[in-house]
Write a protein that binds this ligand. Structure first.
Ligand code: COA
Length: 158
């Protein structure tokens, strides 16, 4: 059974391993670990959640708030990655849906509501379908030559 939980300090190495396997940008495991530790320290502006099965971490998601702690909050789904061996069976869908509930309840407790979600990915990345399906996000613009290629900005308005 899949479970969702917030990232804890002791999980940082395991998550850095997944991050480094899934994205080239970190350059190395230690580069990924440094990036994760930095983001972990930026709670509550940045919030990581993990999908676990038994005690195995299958993937992670990073949400981040933009433009201040606003009443009408704007958040970005900054990154999601699932271990190669666990892909294609709904783990990312589960992680997006369940973590969004956590963000919504965090905002409710704070007295804010979620206005807009931004998510970007490479124009070639199939994750666009995932974002459309789970968040009802739609492509709004393409930025040329951003990371390794063109990047599509998708927006969900709530
Ligand atoms: C993108 C990623 C997170 C999807 O994880 P997943 O657990 O396999 O996704 P799910 O099983 O929940 O699939 C959900 C939907 O996404 C789409 N999808 C996801 N990956 C896909 C792929 N490689 N090819 C085609 N469709 C894909 C499918 O439409 C699927 O919908 P369906 O169930 O109706 O077919 C995973 O492939 C991954 O970690 N990739 C590397 C990192 C990355 O590119 N992250 C996103 C950019 S930040």
């Amino acid at each position: 059974m899949l479970k969702i939980q917030s990232l804890t300090k002791k999980d940082i190495s395991a998550v850095a391993k997944i991050a480094n396997q899934c994205f080239r940008g970190y350059g190395s495991f230690s580069g990924a670990k440094k990036w994760l530790s930095c983001n972990f320290g930026a709670y509550p502006r940045m919030q990581y959640f993990l999908a676990k099965e038994k005690d195995e971490i299958l993937g992670y998601i990073l949400w981040l708030e933009k433009g201040g702690f606003r009443k009408e909050a704007v958040w970005e789904l900054e990154q999601i990655a699932i271990k190669e061996t666990a892909r294609g069976r709904g783990v990312a869908t589960f992680l997006i849906e369940q973590s969004l509930k956590k963000i919504l309840s965090y905002l409710k407790e704070r007295g804010s509501k979620l206005k807009t979600i931004e998510v970007t990915t490479g124009t070639e990345n199939q994750a666009q379908r995932l974002y459309q399906k789970t968040l009802n996000a739609r492509p709004e613009a393409v930025i040329k030559d951003f990371f390794r290629g063109d990047e599509v900005i998708m927006i969900a308005r709530l």
